[in-house]
Design a protein around this ligand. Structure first.
Ligand code: 5GP
Ligand code: ZN
Length: 141
């Protein structure tokens, strides 16, 4: 897609630190290394976010994650963990609107990467949770 920075990276119009490429995906270092080895995996097909994938594209793209994760682990045996993050839409911190998955190696608790999951256990009734699950379940297609 025109004017998409990640499409330009795939097409070699702008440089990147490539890690892996095949007919379906491209993986490269994030320009802003949240932690050393921070990698982005993108589908070669331009889709904006998770809501735009069809089954086949999702299968091709997300199936590559373990391969890249294992490569990062093998390259940095000292890593103690790996966060896989996918931001969708501006509110959810997406800044580049060609869908991508972050693989962020974790070294220590002080490696300057964190995720906060607010703890709201017990704040909904059983009925509210049942209703919520049913509401979503009905939409699964
Ligand atoms: P988002 O905030 O959309 O989840 O993540 C976008 C990521 O793309 C950011 O972590 C940012 O550092 C990275 N990024 C933005 N522009 C470029 C670029 O031109 N090259 C590379 N390699 N990464 C980029
Ligand atoms: Zn694109």
């Amino acid at each position: 897609m025109e004017n998409c920075i990640f499409c330009k990276i795939i097409n070699q119009e702008i440089p990147s630190y490539k890690i892996y490429e095949d007919e379906d995906v491209y993986a490269f270092l994030d320009i802003g290394q949240a932690t050393p080895g921070h990698t982005l995996l993108i589908p070669k097909t331009h889709v904006t976010d998770i809501f735009s994938y069809d089954h086949a594209l999702a299968e091709k793209t997300f199936a590559r994650l373990p391969k890249i994760a294992r490569a990062i682990e093998a390259a940095f045996p000292e890593i103690e963990g790996l966060n896989i993050v996918n931001n969708n839409k501006e509110l959810a911190y997406q800044t580049v609107f060609h869908s991508h998955v972050h693989l962020i190696p974790r070294y220590t608790k002080e490696d300057d990467f964190s995720m906060h999951f607010g703890n709201h256990i017990g704040q909904q009734t059983t009925e509210e949770l049942t209703e919520m699950a049913e509401k979503i379940a009905k939409q699964v297609k």
